[in-house]
Design a protein around this ligand. Structure first.
Ligand code: PMV
Length: 370
């Protein structure tokens, strides 16, 4: 019995080799992006996290990935056409080609297919919403659907999503959390049964109702290219003097956050998620070399949220991704009050008044009857 998913998929791959030529089809998945509350920051080979993370999938910010496939006689290497927002995109095509090549060890039939992949996002680029999470999530789901159509090997729903999560992770770590709706955990932690560095697991069932439709308004402070990419940031954790402290903190915060999510304890929730957001940027500041992704308006917004919460007692909080934009989080029950606050006090800090309203979503959807 293989002890890891990696070994299982490698040993299963012998059964996914021989394809009769002339088969073709079309699959399409819509997959959401996600926002992490316990942050994944730092990795070990291959694309495994230094610490466990927890996120929720968004409702409106999705990538639609449409994949046409055709088996080619005697073909032994990948053949790819890639369109982004209906246009060829060389840079993305190369990344996807490289990714497909890497994962073809788990899906060897890819080398006998011609693929035409079209990718479309419901949200603008550089809005501070991770399109790599939704894109690799959608692509991995589509590839697993093709495996199922051609070989019938992923009939079992749990196995289907587990393999999709495993494959999405190899594109972008945080993408493995996007193949599930609601609340999701990625990374092994001793207190959570089934948690794994290789694939994410869903924890939506045990969540208190107040967190099931939590709102996330993304305040776009800057849509510009980041000065330091996430890949570089992850790599800087390798020699980071605070790495072991960070790993203990993330495991501790995760355990406490899960308790808060199950009990519906919003005060505890706020303490933990804001600590995580500030820690993420603290790790960037204290890397060598250090770097700053926060901008003056990021700090203005954070301070305004803290004062507003103190004055009103309303459960509004913030989290940050690896960038300057602020995700404002609040329960659906106080949506009107918080929207007013955002309009009155926060919109002025956004680039071109740019705000994207989103919330916890129910996860990826496969298009039927194409
Ligand atoms: O999946 P990556 O390599 O884009 O890294 C994501 C890192 C954070 O967004 C900062 C945190 C997270 O857990 O999503």
């Amino acid at each position: 019995m293989p002890d890891t998913l990696e070994n299982k998929y490698l040993s299963d791959s012998h059964d996914l080799l021989s394809l009769p030529p002339g088969q073709s089809g079309l699959v399409e998945w819509k997959c959401p992006s996600n926002i992490a509350l316990i942050k994944y920051w730092g990795k070990k080979p291959v694309q495994r996290p230094l610490n466990p993370s927890l996120s929720f999938s968004l409702m409106n910010s999705v990538t639609t990935m449409t994949v046409d496939y055709q088996t080619i006689k005697e073909q032994r290497q990948l053949s790819l056409e890639f369109l982004m927002e209906n246009k060829p995109n060389q840079a993305f095509a190369e990344r996807v080609f490289h990714y497909l090549n890497h994962i073809s060890q788990y899906l060897p039939f890819l080398r006998s297919l011609h693929l035409r992949i079209q990718s479309q996002n419901s949200f603008p680029h550089s809005a501070g919403i991770a399109s790599s999470a939704s894109s690799y999530g959608a692509l991995a789901l589509a590839l697993c659907s093709i495996e199922q159509l051609l070989f019938g090997t992923l009939e079992n729903e749990d196995e289907f999503f587990q393999k999709s999560s495993f494959l999405a992770r190899l594109g972008s770590g945080s993408a493995c959390r996007s193949v599930y709706g609601g609340w999701t955990i990625w990374g092994y932690t001793p207190t959570i049964h089934g948690s794994s560095d290789e694939a994410a697991i869903s924890m939506t069932r045990s969540i208190h109702p107040v967190f099931k439709d939590y709102c996330d308004s993304v305040l776009v402070v800057s849509s510009g290219q980041k000065s330091v990419t996430s890949s570089i940031g992850h790599a800087l954790m390798e020699q980071h003097p605070f790495a072991s402290g960070r790993i203990s903190q993330a495991n501790y915060n995760l355990e406490k956050l899960i308790q808060a999510l199950v009990r519906g304890d919003e005060n505890r929730f706020i303490d933990i998620i804001e600590n995580e957001a500030l820690t993420l940027h603290g790790l960037m500041l204290s890397s060598n070399p250090g770097f700053v992704l926060l901008q003056p308006n990021t700090i203005e917004i954070i301070n305004k949220i803290i004062v507003f919460r103190k004055n009103t007692g309303l459960s509004v909080s913030f989290t940050l991704d690896a960038g300057a934009n602020v995700h404002v989080l609040y329960p659906a029950a106080i949506e009107n009050e918080i929207r007013l606050f955002i309009e009155k006090d926060l919109r002025k800090y956004c680039e071109n008044d740019w705000i994207i309203h989103d919330r916890v979503g129910s996860g990826p959807v496969k298009s039927e009857q194409l």
